[in-house]
Write a protein that binds this ligand. Structure first.
Ligand code: F3S
Length: 381
């Protein structure tokens, strides 16, 4: 591939992987079983990204392993009703078409693990969405670095990645220990914990103790928030995650009620939202069901989105949750999210969320005033 025997796109891709391997001192490449590719929203990649993808597709790029897309900048079916500008939609469809030519599934989700893509403990993959990376390393026990969009695409095309970072056991030991001594009762609490510990640990691997049990939904909220506030890519949780490996003398902190409530207060403002956006990372069917039961027979006072994967939305449609949410004035949105869509151009400036990751990026990437709280509080604020 490096010599160009598999075509120009594979040559360019292998060149990227070899360069990365040299920078990080990899001794060899490892085969991967899947790739998850970020850099899908036209809002984030712009014209330069689109022309790179078109060139790759023109040069015959084809993926060698099952490969999946991160969220795009709009719902492919509802973009007109959602008032996405037509010029944006045209470019977004071009991005998706370029990826489709390369054989990449149009899954458009940051939660591939909720729609059947769950690599096993020890399996090597190349995923790039930061919340999916931390879930993959921590909850599934599979191995991935925090790939950029181009390096994940290169790995997908070559079916391999350089072996460094989180692919090596010695880099998966936790050198930061966080003991939680208060009960956590919602995904918002886990998001606030993630923001606090992410900020304190600054990207180190974190070993949590004190949390006896946590659902996948809460672990995804925790990991996403840690990745956003601290660039973490791996945590272990005693008795919960498949791995628990702690250094001899880790840096230690303890988190109680005070730290969680102070963090929550820092993460949002006491305002009235123009839009409530749930589903960062993309909502599971259980989370959509929770919103449907909350709003059943009521009317919401502002716009309400529940962002999810299209496959999950189809299940929500069948279960009647989408209709219940629509009758209350809300919408189940697929393929995109509040952070990667052109939210400002759609007229929104004050957004409420229950996600630690969204609370951070809505402020920094979408210039929103943010309200952060539990679902029931933000929907009926
Ligand atoms: Fe997913 Fe968008 Fe959040 S990509 S993790 S819903 S910022």
């Amino acid at each position: 591939m490096f010599d160009g025997e598999s075509g120009e796109a594979a040559r360019q891709s292998m060149e990227i992987l070899v360069a990365l391997g040299k920078i990080y001192g990899a001794k060899r490449t490892v085969s991967i079983t899947s790739a998850q590719i970020a850099g899908v929203s036209y809002k984030t990649i712009g014209e330069a990204g689109l022309s790179y993808l078109n060139d790759m597709a023109k040069n015959g790029a084809k993926v060698r392993v099952p490969s999946f897309l991160n969220p795009a900048g709009m719902d492919r079916e509802q973009w007109k009703e959602m008032k996405v500008p037509a010029a944006f939609a045209e470019k977004q469809l071009e991005v998706l078409a370029a990826y489709a030519k390369m054989g990449i599934a149009q899954s458009c989700t940051c939660t591939p693990y909720l729609v059947g893509i769950r690599p096993k403990v020890g399996e090597h993959v190349a995923w790039s969405e930061s919340s999916a990376v931390v879930f993959c390393n921590s909850v599934l026990g599979a191995r991935t670095n925090r790939e950029g969009g181009p390096s994940a695409l290169a790995a997908a095309i070559c079916g391999a990645t350089p072996e460094y970072g989180y692919h090596l056991d010695e880099n998966r030991v936790c050198d930061f220990a966080a003991h939680v001594e208060c009960p956590l009762s919602s995904s918002t609490d886990f998001g606030a914990l993630g923001a606090y510990v992410g900020g304190a640990s600054k990207g180190k691997n974190v070993a949590f103790t004190g949390i006896k049990a946590a659902s996948d939904d809460r672990l995804k909220a925790l990991g996403a928030s840690m990745a956003a506030w601290g660039s973490n890519a791996l945590f272990n949780m005693k008795g919960v995650t498949p791995e628990f490996s702690v250094a001899e003398k880790p840096e230690k902190i303890t988190i109680g009620k005070k730290e969680i409530s102070e963090m929550k207060a820092k993460m949002g403002l006491p305002e009235r939202p123009q839009i409530v956006a749930i589903g960062c990372p993309h909502a599971s069917l259980d989370e959509i069901s929770e919103v449907a039961s909350l709003v059943k027979g009521k009317k919401v006072a502002c716009e309400l989105w529940v962002c999810t994967a299209r496959q999950t939305k189809e299940k929500a449609d069948k279960a009647g949750f989408t209709e219940t949410i629509a009758q209350a004035g809300g919408r189940v949105v697929a393929d995109t999210c509040m952070v990667v869509c052109p939210l400002e151009d759609m007229g929104f400036h004050i957004t409420a969320c229950n996600s630690g990751k969204a609370a951070k990026y809505l402020q920094t990437l979408q210039k929103q005033k943010v309200i952060f709280g539990d679902i029931e509080d933000i929907i009926f604020r």
